[in-house]
Design a protein around this ligand. Structure first.
Ligand SMILES: [Zn+2]
Ligand SMILES: [Zn+2]
Length: 64
């Protein structure tokens, strides 16, 4: 399932590469949050709250 590629964040070799489930970016394991399944950039967006509130947070922000 995993494949190698170029990380969109650090431009390094991503082997294996992970794809962010939020933005679809291909990133290396360093730039990937394995818990959330998203890339570093997306973690920043959703992390201000608590990880567990991931879905609530997104819904909340889209309502504002
Ligand atoms: Zn990277
Ligand atoms: Zn992302």
């Amino acid at each position: 399932m995993e494949k190698a590629g170029i990380c969109m964040h650090c431009k390094g070799l991503a082997n294996p590469a992970y794809s962010c489930k939020m933005c679809g970016a291909m990133v290396c394991s360093n730039c990937f949050d394995h818990e959330l399944g998203v890339c570093r950039a997306c973690v920043e967006k959703i992390k201000p709250g608590k990880k567990k509130d991931l879905k609530n947070k997104i819904e909340h922000e889209s309502m504002r």
